[in-house]
Design a protein around this ligand. Structure first.
Ligand code: D5M
Ligand code: FE
Ligand code: ZN
Length: 477
């Protein structure tokens, strides 16, 4: 005898013109009866879309925890998470140490270049010891353009030096550098005792072939939910979450969801924010976010980093969203609360997650960049090998003893959000993903001309590194 709920589910499917494979019956009986009705409707809707009218065992397996295909790898390793490492070193001493560490980490990266054999400390140069071909390396402290001459100032731990640039091409390279970024520079003495630049090298990432997953599994990239905001797109986000447990063939192979920060809209993040809030309390906002995310099936691992709207420390690097705000998420076995930035390895693919606060400064200070193309700004981060190269602009940076924002290891995927515009790019073998948002355009964004592209999830096949988008707004297919 079939239970009443089961036979009514079967009747429903038959009435929609579906057949049910005998093997599928066994699974039907294992599904939680409270959910059976909605599950069968969902399966019917998805299969009808694909023009397939036979319900198989495999269409239903994913709704039964014990039947999930666990032959598909879902290995994860957390390679870097700043949460336990952040101190709160204060004051000038702290920043001195931070910059010194930035210098030495980037120097180490630069030492792989052949030119580094000719590297000289700045103090040697300023003390008059200059060979024909000498390179110095340090952080760009200042840049001035005086008619036809560009002047730059470079610091290393031994001293500081002013350099002149006369060549147009080198001037262009110099102008594309971020203030405070690391560079290695070939110099020569000028006539009047000054020094001029012959070549500028930046750390950059090498051309490489990304790692691949052995089995065909998918990772989904999202960010900037802004739960609690009047502009949070709850309907679209709910659609997205239910897609994850749908019979869609891609959804069935999703094993990872990465959330790149700005989970909630927060409180007091910008002036008069309360006028734009639906939920006026951080814990209420977090509870709502947890309630929505909770529907992600348990066989999918979820990695969450904070953004500038989330609770916890604002300065970079940010520790994970504190446990007291969302015990529920912390307690779930398949949820991983990480800091910003964090580096993961999912089925062998290295993924660097960074909310993207510094992209504001990079866009603001680099000619030719705009909010419409966040991936181009993310390229700059890879080239500088630093997630927040500019100090003292809009991005708050904490005076840590170690610079955890240096990109020491080359990622296969760089994932950011913050700009609310989806853009994908490939740079020297690294897939760049800006995962957009789930918040429609705010009055502030309208006033500064930012046109967000919300409601889109980015999906990467980890076996092939092929990437595509799925739009959950109504005006899409
Ligand atoms: O950032 C959402 C978007 O708005 C992102 O593109 C940055 C931009 N933004 C945010 N605050 C400012 C200010 N003060 N000036 C200019 N642009 C800004 P979110 O982190 O979600 O608020
Ligand atoms: Fe945001
Ligand atoms: Zn943000």
């Amino acid at each position: 005898m079939l239970r009443e709920e089961v036979s009514s589910a079967i009747t429903y499917a038959l009435s929609k013109g579906f057949q049910i494979h005998p093997d599928a019956f066994k699974i039907l009986e294992k599904i939680d009866i409270k959910e059976l009705q909605s599950i069968i409707k969902q399966v019917v809707r998805e299969k009808a879309k694909q023009n397939m009218f036979l319900i198989n065992q495999s269409d239903l397996k994913m709704f039964v925890e014990s039947e999930i295909d666990d032959s598909m790898e879902n290995n994860h390793v957390i390679l870097f998470d700043p949460t336990k490492k952040v101190t709160s070193a204060e004051g000038i001493e702290g920043f001195h140490a931070l910059f010194k560490d930035r210098y030495s980490k980037l120097l180490k990266i630069m030492m792989q270049r052949s030119q580094s054999k000719k590297l000289t400390p700045i103090s040697n140069v300023t003390n008059g010891k200059l060979d024909d071909e000498t390179y110095i390396a340090g952080l760009l402290m200042d840049r001035r353009i005086d008619r036809d001459v560009t002047k730059i100032v470079i610091d290393d731990p031994t001293g500081s030096i002013e350099l002149l640039i006369f060549n147009k091409e080198i001037q262009e390279t110099a102008n594309s550098l971020q203030i405070d970024q690391f560079a290695m520079i070939s110099i020569a003495s000028g006539k009047n005792g000054g020094f001029f630049v012959k070549e500028i090298l930046v750390p950059d990432i090498p051309e490489h072939i990304a790692n691949r997953s052995k089995s065909e599994t998918y990772a989904v990239f999202i960010s900037d939910l802004h739960v609690g905001s009047k502009f949070f797109m709850e309907k679209e986000f709910t659609e997205f979450v239910s897609w994850l447990s749908s019979p869609d063939p891609v959804a069935r192979k999703v094993r990872f969801v990465l959330v790149g920060g700005d989970i909630i809209d927060g409180i007091g993040i910008f002036p008069n924010q309360d006028k734009e809030l639906l939920l006026l309390d951080v814990d209420q906002q977090m509870a709502k976010a947890a309630e929505l995310l909770d529907k992600i099936p348990k066989h999918i691992k979820v990695f969450i980093i904070p953004g500038n709207h989330d609770p916890g420390r604002r300065a970079l690097p940010q520790p994970a969203i504190p446990e007291k705000h969302n015990m529920h998420l912390w307690n779930r076995e398949n949820f991983f609360m990480l800091g910003n930035p964090s580096m993961l390895e999912l089925n062998g693919i290295k993924i660097l997650m960074f909310h993207g606060q510094s992209l504001d400064d990079v866009v603001g200070s680099t000619p030719g960049l705009s909010y419409a193309q966040p991936a181009k700004a993310m390229r700059v981060l890879l080239k500088t090998r630093h997630l927040s190269p500019i100090y003292g602009k809009r991005t708050p940076i904490a005076p840590e003893l170690e610079d955890m924002m240096v990109i020491s290891e080359v990622p296969d995927i760089l994932h950011s959000g913050h700009i609310h515009v989806v853009e994908l790019d490939m740079y020297k073998g690294t897939l760049i993903v800006n995962s957009g948002a789930w918040q429609s355009q705010t009055p502030f964004q309208a006033s500064v001309g930012i046109s967000p592209t919300p409601g889109i999830a980015i999906i990467v096949n980890l076996a092939t590194m092929k990437v595509f988008t799925k739009n959950f707004t109504d005006n899409s297919s």
